[in-house]
Design a protein around this ligand. Structure first.
Ligand code: AHM
Ligand code: MG
Length: 336
């Protein structure tokens, strides 16, 4: 892969990685997604100057408080994709049901599922945030229903995220490795800076919100206490801990230097009938595809994330992903 080429040039060179006949449509769609990410990057950077900070004063379908930027980000994505003829529909964390393409526009053959602004509790404190997206095919002529979005992670044609941080970066997989592009603000274009991103198999860095440790289940309690025991413990390594408060921030670090990220099932979730915190379609599947494509593993503790057959648009799952050796260790603790 040639560093310094733009996302458009990269997509032109790599369209053979995409399913036969889908090259043009996917390239156009990814260009639309990139445009939306550039618009959001500008808004995030301007922050209070753009009047985008703070709460929106309403909740999403999952009862979570929405920030102004959650809603703005959702609207930007819809506005830049609905009239292109490339999408059959969109679904996001911020909408109760999928968004059908309005009748005045032609319908395309792809479905876009996305988390418009991940890590939204970081917005008001200038922390890392991001947009996560996943593209699947809609192989029917009829307009999609919610049920058409319920495709397993293995069906994703491509997936990625845009990180809004000290630099904005778009990280993408077309199912043939992972490439990272840095936003050149001056050119308003993403430029390939991180070809062939790989998650090292070994790591000594974990990411988990340790404030919930009293609620964790036995395998996670065991694993983290062994990490904290360091060199004298059973793993025999001194560990470091990081928690960005934004999955995009944490997964980006893991794609750059390795690590294990966990948002496990815990006793509070079980009590309230939830199967996890992170959403399968908007967060776990796209990030799982990126991590697997970079040589890592993405698991719930019981099954590989990408093998799950979704049963609900807003389904939540436990998430354990990153460097292979440590994910295998935690999965092993679940098995025993
Ligand atoms: P969001 O999509 O509503 O922002 O929620 C998902 C985020 C993840 O990015 C992050 O890993 C996690 O929630 C942080 O949760 P917590 O505040 O419990 O640590
Ligand atoms: Mg999120």
């Amino acid at each position: 892969m040639q560093q310094g080429i733009t996302l458009d040039e990269f997509l032109e060179q790599h369209s053979s990685s995409l399913p036969a006949g889908s090259g043009e449509g996917i390239r156009g769609l990814l260009a639309d997604v990139a445009k939306a990410c550039i618009e959001l990057s500008e808004l995030v950077r301007r922050g209070e100057l753009a009047g985008v900070l703070g709460a929106a004063g309403q909740e999403n379908v999952q009862g979570e408080e929405q920030k102004k930027l959650d809603i703005i980000a959702n609207d930007v994505f819809i506005a830049l994709t609905e009239g292109t003829g490339r999408l059959a529909g969109l679904a996001s964390e911020e909408m109760d049901h999928h968004y059908p393409i309005p009748e005045q526009y032609s319908r395309g053959q792809y479905l876009l599922t996305f988390d418009p602004l991940d890590g939204s509790s970081n917005i008001d404190v200038n922390g890392a945030t991001g947009t996560i997206f996943s593209i699947t095919e809609h192989a029917k002529d009829a307009a999609p229903m919610d049920a058409d979005f319920l495709q397993s992670g293995r069906s994703q044609v491509c997936a990625g995220y845009c990180l809004y941080s000290s630099a904005s970066m778009l990280v993408l997989t077309l199912g043939n490795g992972v490439a990272g592009f840095t936003l050149d603000d001056k050119k308003a274009a993403f430029v390939l800076t991180h070809p062939n991103m790989q998650v090292p198999a070994a790591t000594n860095e974990f990411a988990i919100n340790a404030a919930y440790s009293e609620h964790w289940q036995a395998p996670v309690k065991q694993y983290i206490s062994e990490c904290v025991e360091g060199e004298s413990g059973p793993i025999g390594k001194a560990f470091n801990m990081r928690w960005a408060g934004s999955m995009v921030g944490d997964i980006h670090r893991i794609l750059c230097r390795g690590g294990i990220f966990m948002y496990p099932l815990d006793a509070r979730m079980i009590k309230s009938g939830k199967q996890g915190k992170l959403r399968l379609l908007y967060e776990a599947n796209p990030m799982g595809m990126l991590i697997e494509q970079a040589g890592g593993l993405a698991h719930t503790g019981l099954v590989p994330i990408l093998d799950i057959e979704p049963d609900n648009l807003h389904q939540r799952v436990p998430v354990i992903m990153g460097s292979k050796e440590e994910v295998e260790r935690v999965v092993g603790y679940h098995a025993s």
